[in-house]
Ligand binder design. Structure first.
Ligand SMILES: *[C@@H]1O[C@H](CO)[C@@H](O)[C@H](O)[C@H]1NC(C)=O
Ligand SMILES: *[C@@H]1O[C@H](CO)[C@@H](O)[C@H](O)[C@H]1NC(C)=O
Length: 502
């Protein structure tokens, strides 16, 4: 799938509207809006394009994304319907209130010729709860709203929109739309070019989470054969707010009666089966976790880390925390010794998965960890390479760029490189993608760090012994207090993790 947002072509490209001469025309458009996997919204626009110009040949097709939806676009891909071939898409300028994209056709569309295209959009967090607030155990309802006509730079002769929901359709506007079964509404066909607001209100009680920010850091340590993973989340429950406040009694009753409610109580994170030294820290301190093992066909064995936030999360509540674990590095690192300088190849998951869960403790299943109910809006991935890693090359699973940031930790002699990758609006498919980082690393550098530490310790020892000799007999013996346990801040956490990377 072709990813957008990163490929920004700087070439000035001018779109010329010529009202007098007809050019490309959408003779038929069918839009399907799939709301069954919220918070992700999949839109497919099937379009039949005809070249109605009498001499001009068209090599590209322009796609419009209205600016009220563009910031929530995660992916955009265009396929020729007949051949199934994917077309190249580049991001163009903003024209008025639409963001334009341009698909390059495989061959020019001749005068009189027709072509069918499938345009697939993936949006995150596009629908909102309406009403905004409901009681603790009431149903959640959501509102999808859009224009009746698909935005296009070309005239469109005929079109319709089909909206599919997971829960029951409760209402729709305008009234002349047609409800097709309990989970589908059809708007159109429309033949005029007058667009109006269309809406579908529907029930959907599944959890919907949104990570406003999510960070993942890998610390590579050859010395300890250790890959340390640290994750940070600022998470929000996208569900409706709690009206009337939290009722503890009601929650006890609903737990006893095995009734559902709108409070997210558990966060499920899939980690590799051999993950060890797992921890979960929030602003207050350590939080207890437990893990159960699972396996899914075609996937590596995993464990599900169950984390219980300090409070059940109603809609629009936020929770911020860090969690981490270690895995053996050799499962992710390949060393090719063909050249004089051994080349190191790291293959790391681009992002992990998180699922929010409103179910009661006893009802949790491993399948719930695969629920894909968390949309990540802003993501940052950092890979801290060992000291002495050189000739660094990064391959991403999408069109984009990695930043190489020089960093120095305690006891570092030459410092190390951190690979930084950022991405917005993560699609669920991204959790099965990997990044590849290759670098050369002379075995000699493996000894550099211990040598620096040894030198530092020796200096300290010398200083201490000199000082104690000087002070001997001058001061009364003082009682030394053991260092108190304090809540770890992000910085110390990082250093602790970095300390492990030696
Ligand atoms: C938190 O957990 C870690 C790892 O289990 C432990 O080393 C640390 O002492 C704990 N901190 C507190 C404040 O309990
Ligand atoms: C959670 O965070 C969002 C975005 O920062 C904010 O709008 C919202 O008010 C927060 N919720 C609460 C209950 O503070």
């Amino acid at each position: 799938m072709r990813l957008v947002g990163v490929l920004s072509v700087v070439l000035p490209w001018i779109y010329v509207v010529s009202a007098s001469k007809p050019g490309l025309v959408n003779t038929n458009v069918i839009r399907t809006v799939d709301l069954q996997g919220l918070p992700f919204v999949r839109e497919q626009v099937g379009v039949v394009v005809q070249n109605e110009h009498d001499s001009k040949v068209y090599k590209t097709y322009t796609i419009s994304v209205p600016m009220d939806k563009a910031p929530k676009l995660s992916q955009l891909s265009v396929h020729e319907r007949k051949s199934g071939e994917e077309l190249d898409v580049s991001k163009e300028t903003v024209s008025g209130d639409t963001q334009l994209y341009r698909a390059t056709l495989r061959r020019g569309l001749q005068p009189g010729e027709k072509l069918s295209l499938n345009i697939d959009y993936l949006f995150v967090s596009l629908v909102e709860p309406r009403p905004k607030a409901v009681g603790q155990s009431e149903d959640q309802s959501w509102l999808w709203e859009d224009q009746s006509l698909v935005a296009s730079v070309y005239p469109t002769r005929k079109q319709k929109t089909v909206v599919k929901t997971r829960g029951d359709v409760l209402r729709f506007t305008p009234a002349d739309a047609v409800k097709d079964g309990r989970h589908s509404v059809v708007f159109g066909p429309y033949t005029s070019d007058k667009s109006s607001r269309v809406e579908v209100g529907f029930k959907d009680n599944r959890e919907q989470m949104e990570a406003l920010t999510h960070g993942r850091e890998y610390f590579v340590s050859h010395w300890a054969n250790d890959l340390n993973v640290l994750e940070h989340y600022a998470l929000r429950n996208r569900g409706p707010e709690l009206s009337g406040g939290f009722d503890k009694v009601d929650q006890m009753v609903s737990k006893y009666m095995k009734r559902r409610d709108n409070l997210v109580k558990t966060l499920l994170v899939k980690v590799p089966a051999d993950a060890r030294e797992m921890y979960f820290v929030d602003e207050i301190g350590n939080v207890s976790t437990s893990a159960v093992s699972g396996r899914r066909k075609g996937e590596e064995p995993f464990k599900v880390l169950q984390m219980r936030p300090r409070y059940p999360m109603p809609g629009n509540w936020n929770y911020t925390w860090w969690h981490g674990y270690s895995v053996p590095l050799d499962r992710y690192l390949k060393i090719s010794s063909a050249a004089a300088q051994p080349k190191h190849l790291l293959r790391l998951p681009f992002i992990g998965t998180l699922a929010g869960c409103a179910s009661q403790e006893g009802e949790l299943t491993v399948a719930m960890a695969n629920a894909q109910n968390t949309a990540v809006r802003a993501y940052e991935l950092r890979v801290t390479l060992p000291e002495g890693a050189r000739d660094i090359d990064v391959k991403l699973p999408f069109a984009g760029q990695a930043l190489l940031q020089p960093t120095k930790y305690y006891f570092d002699s030459v410092g190390r490189t951190v690979v930084v990758i950022t991405h917005e609006n993560i699609a669920p498919e991204m959790s099965s993608r990997h990044i590849l980082v290759s670098y050369s690393y002379a075995p000699l550098t493996l000894w550099m760090k211990p040598a620096v530490v040894a030198a530092a310790l020796f200096m300290l020892f010398m200083l201490a012994s000199t000082a104690s000799r000087m002070q001997y007999g001058l001061t009364p013996s003082s009682v030394s207090k053991p260092a108190g346990a304090t809540t770890k801040s992000k910085a110390t956490k990082k250093q602790a993790a970095a300390g492990k990377t030696e």
